[in-house]
Design a protein around this ligand. Structure first.
Ligand code: EPU
Length: 432
């Protein structure tokens, strides 16, 4: 297990360029299985999650070359459509079921891993695949699927799940006939996937409200596609600028992907400037003000943004609130912030005027942070990717030297984070 040693209280200054989006790259890698021609992905990030999908695709028979931020993936034939084990786990292998079914009629993938932030069932994925003509069995080691032929279907998702929407799209593009996905998720990463598939020859229409219509085609071709910049990296660097009272130009940040976050920055009294090549973030004049956040599916305030921002909210004057409505258990990080001196509390009840689907259940999903409080150093252990980023932000804000253990979890989604933070003036080193 590696550890970051972090000396805090130093404002971060400079420029940083965003890597390709973690939550897009892995799905695009899986999409390459839909064709027997080579697919080239540019702005290809070097992160742990990608290594897991490289292993998955190589088991299936893909040839993969990665050099200078570009990956070429070529799967002329599916050598093995039943992958029962991988050395590490994440949320992605289940997305390979559709492409494998389309090419061989049979597929197996191992059970999923990923962050422990709630139960994270895959019932909506499986229902969508079954409607598209797959029969699926959950085995001890994963999911086994077969089909006599994928066909179009009308699908209404009971929740706009990102993964289930992607799974339905990846399965429908080569299915016979027309598919309609209602109540679909429309995150920028899903738009990126749709654009890649359209370049490959897929026919996909979008219509309000949250409807995706797909006309299945017989064959898809190879593609060269640039992966969109990572909006979670963008807000992490923004929080570092605000939290350390520095100034950071986040190159590649796309305003359209960050609209709700930028509104929150403005409400806090902090500053952003949208420029041609990115967005410049700083704390601005005057003290930070408390704000109220409710996480939601896109275009709402993203659940992956609330953790780094919580560190910043410890410095805001007044009572800030974070109402988490996507995951049942996303405040495990409270222990870390409180250990560093924050005044934070999490409760099960929703605010009276804003009930959510977790209301009346046993999930601690509504947090209150009272600020400002001085943060001091602590010894922390990373519990999941985004709260790992919160640990880094808080440690860089805090008085003294902190230790953050288990940083491999952060490497899963942030490219060379220690090196890029050093370039912004951070005193951070890696041990082990
Ligand atoms: N859900 C179900 N049944 C399903 C699928 C989802 O009940 O079949 C529930 C989940 O349990 C959760 C909610 O729906 O409570 C949202 O899940 P969703 O399927 O939308 O999320 P995901 O596809 O598993 C992706 C990102 C997450 C991000 C969410 C929401 C990837 C690899 N992961 O997860 O990213 O938080 O969408 O935007 O794309 C992260 O990067 O740290 C991360 C957790």
């Amino acid at each position: 297990m590696s550890t970051f040693i972090i000396k805090g209280e130093k404002p971060l200054y400079g420029e940083v360029t965003l890597a390709g989006a973690k939550n897009a790259v892995s799905k695009m890698m899986v999409a390459s299985l839909l064709t027997d021609e080579p697919c080239i992905l540019e702005n290809f990030p070097s992160i742990g999650d990608v290594e897991i999908i490289v292993e998955l695709l190589e088991c299936i028979g893909s040839k993969i070359e990665i050099a200078g931020g570009t990956a070429q993936i070529h799967t002329p034939i599916i050598k093995n459509s039943r992958v029962t084990e991988l050395s590490r786990r994440n949320r992605i292998p289940i997305l390979a079921l559709g492409p494998l079914l389309a090419r061989t009629g049979e597929a197996e993938v191992p059970i999923l891993g990923g962050d422990q932030i709630g139960p994270r069932p895959v019932d909506i994925h499986l229902e969508a695949l079954e409607r598209l003509g797959a029969s699926i069995a959950t085995t001890k080691t994963g999911y086994y699927a077969k089909t006599d032929g994928l066909h179009g279907a009308d699908i209404e998702l009971r929740f706009p799940s990102v993964g289930a929407t992607e799974n339905a799209i990846l399965t429908a593009v080569l299915a016979k006939g027309k598919t309609t996905i209602k109540n679909a998720a429309l995150e920028p990463e899903i738009m990126g996937l749709i654009m890649m598939l359209q370049k490959m020859g897929a026919i996909i229409e979008l219509a309000p409200p949250r409807t995706i219509t797909i006309e299945g085609v017989e064959k898809l071709r190879g593609v060269t596609h640039r992966i969109l910049p990572d909006r979670n990296e963008a807000i992490s660097f923004a929080c570092l600028a605000l939290g350390t009272n520095g100034k950071i130009l986040v190159k590649g940040a796309v305003q359209e992907h960050l609209i709700t976050f930028l509104n929150s920055v403005r409400r806090m009294g902090a500053s952003y400037e949208v420029m041609d090549d990115g967005i410049l973030f700083s704390r601005g004049q005057g003290p930070l003000k408390a704000i109220h956040i409710m996480t939601d599916t896109h275009p709402g305030f993203m659940t992956d943004w609330q953790q780094p921002l919580a560190a910043v909210l410890t410095q805001a004057e007044g009572v800030s609130t974070i109402h988490e409505t996507i995951y049942e258990d996303r405040f495990g990080y409270m222990k870390d912030l409180v250990a560093m001196g924050a005044k934070m509390n999490v409760e099960k009840n929703c605010p009276e005027d804003k009930p959510c689907r977790f209301g009346g259940k046993e999930f601690s999903h509504f947090a209150t942070i009272i600020g400002p409080t001085e943060l001091h150093s602590a010894k922390l252990t990373v519990r999941d990717l985004r709260s790992g980023m919160l640990d880094i932000v808080a440690a860089l804000m805090a008085k003294g030297v902190s230790e953050v253990d288990g940083v491999e979890e952060i490497d899963r989604g942030y490219e060379r984070i220690d090196e890029r933070l050093q370039n912004l003036g951070a005193e951070i080193s890696r041990k082990g």
